[in-house]
Write a protein that binds this ligand. Structure first.
Ligand SMILES: C[S@@+](CC[C@H](N)C(=O)[O-])C[C@H]1O[C@@H](n2cnc3c(N)ncnc32)[C@H](O)[C@@H]1O
Length: 376
């Protein structure tokens, strides 16, 4: 029994650690540049963001006037750890009385307080120093699901953050429930969560503009255990890890997602096997979608990186209950033994595993689509 609770505590601690990834300013800038006009006169809320650690706060505070924001609200969470002082976006002595206490910062205007001719983060610092009312303690723990944070959410037009990975489903569900515009970071495998996929299929959420492959670097707390292959410590001793499969998830529109994909391959039955448990062909790479095929096709979830909703219709996802809903039959008995292995590997890698093992049941997390603009 003691062992069991020790294990569960360790599990919880590990889970919490996985939630402490700090987004780099450069990644925020690269994504946000696609939506600038959509922020004009809007209330932006960063609800998983200790302003003293978060580059989201730094970004919006520094660009408050350039973006024409109406208001910026940022709330921190009780359990947010204290990370190294110097690199905090806002190093304002005396303003943050106790790093463990959750608090809120609200900004409604930024002027050239230091009279240097530019309105920037220095002015935000001066504003916060001068007007302590901009920074107030929260009553509760700052949980994005708490009543007081939901009240702030209601006031917001757009929510922008990197939410805790372990609560991603709940986080997205809440944004949808309150009909908010959002731009958030998550893992590509979240696409395969039943709740998230449904929102994507209904064209109420899609992948953002700037990240479609590779990995991204995040800062982690000082006590984060590093594995050498995908991490580094900078000259100040701060730790960073590289994370694969990162994507932006949003319901803010941008031009590139309406561009037509051009294909070069024609359908040949021997190149595109039909699944045994669903009436669709298997396509291993999005680029290999046969331009002249008008039936259903199973494509990798990374298809969504290129998805143009005018060109394709999403029919469903070939996994468990989502699969059942569209008539995907269960895996064959002799293939069931692969299932655990596939799930362990995650959606993208799981697909590869299945295909390299010659299994033509709909692989883990293939998206089933139909081309609306078939070329003959
Ligand atoms: C992935 S980190 C990202 C932090 C920051 N948004 C950034 O991108 O640098 C997620 C943050 O959410 C906080 N958090 C965890 N659970 C939360 C909850 N239930 N409500 C609000 N924030 C939470 C964590 O403390 C952590 O700082």
């Amino acid at each position: 029994m003691a062992n069991k609770s020790l294990n569960s505590n360790l599990h919880k601690a590990n889970k919490a650690k996985k939630d402490e990834f700090y987004t780099q300013l450069i990644d925020i800038e690269k994504e946000l540049k696609h939506y600038k006009e959509q922020f004009r006169d809007k209330v932006v809320y960063c609800n998983c963001d200790d302003p003293f650690e978060s580059n989201f706060f730094k970004y919006f505070a520094a660009k408050f006037n350039a973006l024409g924001l109406k208001k910026l609200i940022t709330t921190s969470y009780t359990k947010s750890p204290i990370v190294g002082q110097q690199i905090l976006p806002l190093d304002i002595e005396g303003l943050k009385p106790n790093c463990k206490e959750p608090f809120k910062i609200e900004i409604t205007e930024v002027s050239d307080i230091d009279e240097d001719g530019a309105i920037d983060l220095e002015d935000v610092k001066s504003l916060l120093k001068r007007n302590k009312k901009n920074s107030t303690p929260l009553k509760g723990n700052g949980d994005f699901r708490s009543d007081e944070c939901i009240e702030l959410l209601k006031e917001a037009d757009i929510v922008v953050t990197n939410p805790p990975f372990s609560l991603f489903r709940e986080y997205v569900a809440q944004l949808v429930q309150y009909k908010k515009k959002f731009l958030i970071i998550g893992n590509v495998n979240s696409i395969t969560y039943k709740e998230c996929f449904k929102i994507i299929k209904d064209n109420k959420m899609w992948l953002g503009a700037s990240i479609h492959s590779g990995d991204r670097e995040f800062r982690v707390p000082d006590d984060y255990p590093l594995d050498a292959a995908s991490s580094r410590i900078d000259s100040d001793g701060y730790k960073y890890i590289r994370v694969k499969g990162v994507r932006w998830f949003t319901n803010l529109d941008y031009e590139e997602r309406h561009e037509n994909l051009v294909f070069y391959k024609k359908y040949l039955p021997e190149e595109y096997p039909k699944y045994d448990n669903y009436d669709a062909i298997n396509v291993d790479k999005t680029a290999d979608i046969p331009m002249d095929y008008n039936g259903l096709m199973g494509v990798p979830i990374t298809f969504l990186d290129k998805y143009n909703p005018e060109q394709f219709e999403i029919i469903g996802l070939g996994i468990s209950n989502s699969g059942k809903e569209i008539g995907v039959k269960p895996y064959k008995k002799e293939h069931k033994k692969y299932r655990k292995e596939i799930q362990k590997r995650g959606a993208v890698d799981g697909d590869l595993y299945m295909i390299t093992n010659g299994i033509v049941d709909v692989p883990y997390a293939r998206i089933l689509i139909k081309n609306k603009r078939v070329k003959k």
